[in-house]
Design a protein around this ligand. Structure first.
Ligand code: AMP
Ligand code: MG
Length: 406
């Protein structure tokens, strides 16, 4: 039996980032991780422009107000003027338009009146030099790193890359992660349950977890407890995916054939672990033909917890995330009620509901904590981490792994 940190280290040691590719920005997908920085070649904004609608003037000409100035040009966004602003002149100007040469301030339209049908303007307020002018490079200077490597593409980052004219981004591909389920008792489709049957809930759950982790889920389907069927399904995963997850068949039962098949396909590459945690004790990991394979337990809660603790960090490593961003956020919370456990040498992950009350993160049990009780896992948005011992009392601090939104 090994600590969960060691099991995690074993998984991470076998998960290498996928080689980055140069991707035209139109084809870049949100969530892909940048492999190299996006560096600005030119300033943003590229030219000094007005932040407001109004009149471009020389501050010196409006020091004493009111004052009337002739309006000698109109400058719109995308329509610069070649004319120079001479002393004693004004130009009508609109947000985003380049500041005409000779002007050093903008008087906002609210502080003016049109005179003589717009041929002149009366200025009511003085302006300081630079007023409402956005200088060139005010946002980004040439050489600035606008996006650092190791972060995922988001809406804002895509926009920032576009603002500096980055046409091609160097991105890690999103890993294709295959999921298969095993077990004669599982009904893979929507059909009615026969005697002794249950629905296959782990496969859709794991496929959804893969998708929400930013990877591409690949449904490898369900195999019964049959060596040939499991072999065919897992082999297809190794051929078509960047990582394979199986659920079920990795413990000590007579029909735990995933173990038999992987031992045959992967030989000594597979490591069969007993992890000192509850739930999710059994875990298998190995790299087969360059493809990491994680054998998750079959119990529904165990398979989810095991995904969170081991498979998700592994697939995020493959996706290109840096070490500091592989795991779920670990936060300190306060228990709303006693979270008890028996002392057995294991770390217990309690499914909890976490919420912020008066600025404090508070947790309470999400319900039944059996490894088959998926309904509590479905209610939970965090796992409370209880080290060996009696657990925590009401109002005591407890560490949590945040799984979802608060
Ligand atoms: P196993 O690890 O195959 O012995 O499975 C352990 C428990 O999890 C058994 O009660 C199985 O019926 C259940 N189980 C295994 N796979 C699934 C699945 N895909 N969906 C729901 N329950 C499952
Ligand atoms: Mg089974």
């Amino acid at each position: 039996v090994i600590p969960w940190e060691e099991a995690l280290a074993t998984v991470l040691a076998g998960c290498r980032p996928l080689a980055p590719q140069r991707v035209p920005w139109r084809e870049a997908l949100l969530g892909q991780v940048l492999a190299s920085p996006v560096v600005a070649a030119a300033p943003v904004p590229p030219f000094a422009n007005t932040a407001m609608d109004g009149y471009a003037v020389r501050a010196a000409d409006v020091a004493t107000v009111p004052v009337r100035l002739p309006v000698v040009a109109v400058v719109g966004a995308g329509h610069p003027t070649a004319r120079r602003l001479s002393p004693g002149e004004a130009m009508r100007i609109f947000t985003g338009a380049p500041i005409p040469e000779g002007a050093d301030a903008i008087v906002i339209v609210e502080n003016t009146s049109r005179v003589a049908d717009g041929a002149e303007v009366e200025i009511h307020e003085p302006a300081v030099p630079g007023a409402h002018i956005r200088p060139a490079g005010d946002d980004v200077a040439p050489g600035d790193v606008v996006i650092s490597p190791g972060v995922e593409l988001t809406a804002g980052r895509l926009g920032a890359a576009r603002s500096v004219g980055a046409f091609v981004l160097e991105l890690h591909p999103r890993p294709r992660v295959g999921v298969l389920s095993t077990g004669d008792e599982l009904v893979p489709g929507d059909g009615p349950l026969g005697p002794g049957q249950i629905y296959d809930s782990n496969r859709p759950t794991l496929l959804a977890l893969v998708a929400s982790a930013g990877a591409v889920p690949v449904d490898l389907g369900h195999a019964g407890d049959d060596e040939a069927a499991i072999t065919a399904t897992i082999s297809r995963g190794f051929e078509t995916c960047d990582m394979v997850l199986s659920t079920g068949g990795v413990s000590m039962g007579d029909t735990d054939l995933v173990k038999v098949v992987l031992d045959r396909l992967a030989g000594s590459a597979m490591r069969w672990m007993q992890v000192a945690i509850r739930p999710a004790k059994p875990l298998a990991f190995g790299v087969v033909g360059g493809v990491p394979m994680v054998g998750l337990p079959g119990n529904p809660v165990s398979s989810m917890v095991s995904f969170e603790l081991f498979a998700r960090p592994g697939l995020r490593r493959r996706a290109g995330y840096p070490d500091s961003r592989l795991q779920r956020p670990r936060l300190r919370a306060v228990a709303d009620e006693p979270l008890t456990r028996r002392s057995d040498g294991k770390v217990v992950f309690v499914r909890v509901v976490a919420r912020v009350i008066d600025g404090q993160l508070r947790v309470r049990s999400a319900g039944g904590q059996g490894s088959h009780q998926l309904s509590a896992m479905a209610r939970a948005n965090a796992l409370a981490v209880l080290p060996d011992g009696p657990g925590v009392d009401v109002d005591e601090e407890v560490e949590v792994l945040l799984l979802g939104d608060l």
